[in-house]
Design a binder for this molecule. Structure first.
Ligand code: ATP
Ligand code: MG
Length: 281
């Protein structure tokens, strides 16, 4: 792929962001998110109904800055729907959803929410298969629109360093020139996480990141999550309890669209209601 083609693709991606609309909202500043009260995400009484069925039922949840929160719960508990609400894919019927103190997520489009600093990884990896690993990270990099407007031909050394550091973090340094389509399923998942990281999200949402991974890949993904915690705020939904055990700090158990239990792993595992929900599957 030529440098020009990379640039043109990058521009298309950059334009997907929506500066003008963001400016109109006025509440989102270039400085980022107002987290003066310590919370990066605040959901209160979120209700989502599908044809009368309540997928989320007065769900309330708050995530602190730099926190790594695991969300578990049986199939259909509403975990993915919760992520859909946070990312603007689904509008709640009722309730409030704030990113930091002042960004009302229920009023923003999906593109605006992504631009504001919430990155989401879906279960199926979505990388650019025909591009190399390096190009995938390059395309995903957050860049100043004015710089892109001048069509600069090359990455500066700081940007190259960021790509190198990300490659290292996601265990793909030796695969940099490989076409993404040739990576294993686990490697594609890491690459997609890397692409999200290039956009410097404040909050990262990972929905079942280790589904389909080998044990070794699962372990490395746990290491990666542990490294990201503190630098980013992370919400990780996962069924694989070995994985959850490796990364768990505070765990939230969802059931029938609401929080059933919350606490450290030991607390939730010993919670009688949690045991019943899982045994009753
Ligand atoms: N677009 C939709 N239309 C109708 N029902 C839906 C829709 N999306 C989700 N649901 C229903 O809402 C409930 C919650 O689904 P959700 O996907 O959020 O569960 P989940 O906790 O992510 O489950 P899993 O662990 O299986 O991924 C399920 O009963 C599901 O069938
Ligand atoms: Mg789900």
């Amino acid at each position: 792929m030529t440098a020009r083609a990379v640039k043109e693709t990058s521009l298309k991606i950059q334009r997907a962001g929506s500066d003008q609309i963001l400016a109109a909202h006025g509440r989102i500043t270039q400085d980022g998110v107002d987290v003066t009260h310590g919370a990066i995400l605040y959901l209160e009484d979120i209700t989502v109904s599908f044809d009368g069925f309540r997928a989320l039922n007065k769900l309330s949840l708050s995530i602190d800055v730099g926190e790594l929160r695991c969300i578990i719960g049986p199939n259909g508990a509403g975990k993915t729907t919760m992520m859909d609400v946070i990312t603007g894919k689904t509008r709640p019927d009722l309730g409030t959803a704030f990113f930091g103190q002042s960004i009302d997520l229920t009023k923003l489009s999906e593109a605006e929410i992504a631009h504001a600093g919430i990155g989401r990884k879906f279960q199926k990896p979505t990388v650019f298969e025909q591009h190399t690993v390096f190009e995938n990270l390059e395309l995903a990099m957050k860049t100043d629109k004015r710089v892109w407007a001048s069509l600069r031909a090359r990455l500066d050394s700081a940007q190259l360093d960021r790509i190198a550091a990300t490659l290292e973090l996601i265990h793909l340094s030796t695969q940099s020139e490989r076409l993404a389509g040739l990576l294993s399923h686990g490697q594609k998942q890491w690459l997609e996480i890397g692409m999200l990281l290039m956009q410097e999200p404040q909050l990262l949402l990972l929905d079942e990141p280790v589904a389909g991974m080998t044990d070794d890949e699962t372990e490395r993904t746990a290491e990666l999550c542990n490294k990201l915690a503190g630098k980013h705020s992370l919400v990780v939904v996962e069924h694989d309890m070995d994985f959850v055990n490796r990364i768990a700090r505070k765990v939230t158990v969802l059931h029938e669209g609401s929080v059933l239990a919350e606490g450290n792993m030991e607390t939730v595992q010993n919670d009688q209601r949690v045991v019943e929900v899982y045994l009753g599957r």
